[in-house]
Design a protein around this ligand. Structure first.
Ligand SMILES: Nc1ncnc2c1ncn2[C@@H]1O[C@H](COP(=O)(O)OP(=O)(O)OP(=O)(O)O)[C@@H](O)[C@H]1O
Ligand SMILES: [Mg+2]
Length: 249
């Protein structure tokens, strides 16, 4: 039995692949109160399986970002239950959620979210800094990850000196920094042209295949859906479809 040692010391057996890493049960979320209440999620149940690329689709306002924020522990649901890697998120306090986000989840956003004054390598090093990884080790791992995303020659450039597609590659490398179990990406290609967007999706696809990382990506770009193993569709805060995508090996 081959095992991969996670940064948190939890060993995950390869045969766990295909078992759920995220389980959402009847998740509800509302914003505001009284007549102003917006019911963003109206009872969402689904699973994200380990080692898969799952696409979350749905038109603007359907609840994608709300759901990703809840699954990533950035917000607490009004109702229902979310389990991540066997941990019920409701059982964690603020510090516990912080540690979970730092150690187990990598985030990729539409707007890249890089720190302008830091080089690409330093940006990739930020999550490792939070875990107090020594500078030398940080630097070495950052360069390895930048090579993985095709940016070996751009490690010392700042975000302003990189194209949008290159910046998003840096963000993907940064999401991988702490060897997460799950990467959550919210419309990672939303600010990129079609071709560049596709290359980012192909990079995520390669990360799933090569590193066994699980990725959940929200997108309403139909051209990108086909690279997913599984597609989950949200409409008005409810799941309407869960099917296999075309990216299944
Ligand atoms: N902080 C908030 N306060 C009030 N309403 C909100 C808030 N965040 C989201 N909503 C509402 O919740 C619903 C779902 O929004 P959400 O951002 O999750 O949609 P989305 O699917 O991510 O859309 P998009 O594709 O445009 O990013 C929308 O009606 C939105 O207006
Ligand atoms: Mg959104």
């Amino acid at each position: 039995m081959t095992e991969r040692q996670h940064s948190t010391g939890v060993a995950v057996a390869q045969e766990d692949e295909g078992t759920p890493i995220v389980v959402a049960e009847d998740v509800r979320h509302s914003f505001g109160s009284g007549p102003q209440t917006v019911h963003a999620l109206r009872g969402v149940s689904f699973e994200v399986r380990r080692g898969e690329l799952t696409a979350l689709r749905g038109r603007s306002g359907s609840g994608k970002t709300t759901l990703l924020n809840l699954l990533g522990g950035l917000d607490t649901p009004t109702g229902g239950r979310i389990t991540l890697d066997g941990t019920d998120l409701a059982s964690l306090d603020e510090a516990g959620l912080l540690a979970l986000r730092r150690d187990r989840i990598g985030f990729v956003f539409q707007s890249f979210g890089l720190i302008p004054v830091l080089t690409a390598a330093e940006n990739v090093g930020v999550p490792m800094r939070l875990r107090r990884v020594p500078a030398g080790e940080r630097e070495e791992r950052a360069r390895t990850l930048l090579a993985l995303v095709g940016l070996a020659d751009h490690a010392d450039q700042r975000p302003g000196e990189l194209s949008g597609g290159q910046q998003q590659r840096v963000a993907v490398a940064r999401a991988l920094a702490n060897d997460p179990a799950l990467i959550i990406a919210d419309e990672p290609t939303g600010q990129l042209d079609l071709e560049t967007g596709r290359s980012i999706m192909e990079l995520l696809r390669a990360v799933v295949r090569g590193k066994g990382v699980t990725i959940l990506v929200a997108t309403h770009d139909p051209n990108l859906i086909e690279l997913a193993d599984r597609v989950v569709e949200l409409r008005d805060g409810r799941i309407v479809d869960q099917g296999a995508g075309a990216g299944t090996p």
